[in-house]
Design a protein. Sequence first.
Length: 448
Amino acid sequence: MGVSRGGFSSRFGFIMAAAGSAVGLGNIWGFPTQTASNGGAAFVLVYLVLAFSLAYPAFMAELLIGRYGQANAVSSMQKIARNTWQKRFGFVVGFGGIICAALILSFYSIIAGWMMSYAIEPLARLGGFTGAADWLINHSLIRNILFTALFMGLTIFIIRRGVEEGIEKWSKRLMPMLIGLLILLIIYVFTLDGAREGFNAYLNPDISRVFEPDLLISALGQAFFSLSLGTSVMIIYGSYIAKKENLVTLGAQVTLIDVSIAFLAGLLIIPAMYVAQAQGVAIFAEDGSLISGSNLVFTVLPALFTGMGDVGLFVAFGFFVLMSIAALTSSISMLEGPVSYVVERHDTPREKATTFIGLGILVLSILIVINLEWMLDFVATLSTQYGQPIIAMLCCVFAGWIWHRSDILSEIKQGNEHVEHSLFWKIWPWYTKFVCPTAIGLVFWHSL
Ligand code: PFF
């Protein structure tokens, strides 16, 4: 762990930070929404298989590249490269990931801003400020800009403090809160009428849908987004882990936490929708599918909270605070990608680089807010449906075809003396070389 660039001080710190990056709006909003619109448990099943068989190996490739390089994404890739074209390739992949992270942050912070305004609304209502409460949940340019800036301000505040005092400390505070809140909300929703029906809908797979190409593509996209792949973030987080740590196990633990929280979020959202139905709220769209997307979070669930009376104010507060925390632990990882690059490659103080890059991304966010109808979708599609799979695939190509096999194996061995007897050791190198790039490429090709 380089003294000057900082690093995670403990295993727990890394797990909370990496799980914090992985667990975000994608888990608590995206996953249940995708499940609702893709045949319930059939989607959950496919997601679990793809998360462990494709996303986890790709995730390990990024962590290993970072830990080997002990530097920002570009420098880490270039340390592996042995000639000029490989160095150029390393630059394209590393820098591409950094741009991808910045683009995701530019639209993610807008949605996170909405979560924050919806979290404050019940407080305003409790305090009797009805006008302010209404303003907070009605779309307006000013509200959108203000809350996007507020959210970005929090992200900048944490990243300015560095790896240990910023990312690690805040992830260790926020992640246990997130898990606690999630469990409390699930328990409460389960006491309500209609929850059981939702539970059955969530866990009853329609096996006939398991091999539908659309379902496979959605599940893989969701798994990649959730593990923050193809964004340089896991390369950076990998670079802050000490050589004495067992990376294979740490990576598996983070994947398990990520998948479990997505699964738990489904246990909250889908039953909550059926509770809303029991209260007379429409939860099915005209084509018979469950309502998903922004209507689910900003219409169906708020209608449910309103129907609960005064308790609903506390539940709404808890739910949107949960969303805001999930978003914040992810957004800090997105900002760390470009910041670490500028700090290390251009010898800039961290505070200055963070403020400068954070404000730059905020300008892009404001541009998106002003052109919300087309630009939000455009930037989201560009970065998550094109950028992430392409960069993640190239990272696997880099690890599988450019990195010397003996160097990879000795990196895997660091902190894990007995790894030679494990399945990971036997399978992962060729799996990353052949299976991952081909499978990611095929699914991406099909999605076009
Ligand atoms: N993994 C986050 C989520 O599920 O919401 C999103 C994310 C975080 C994407 C960090 C990309 C990234 F670099």
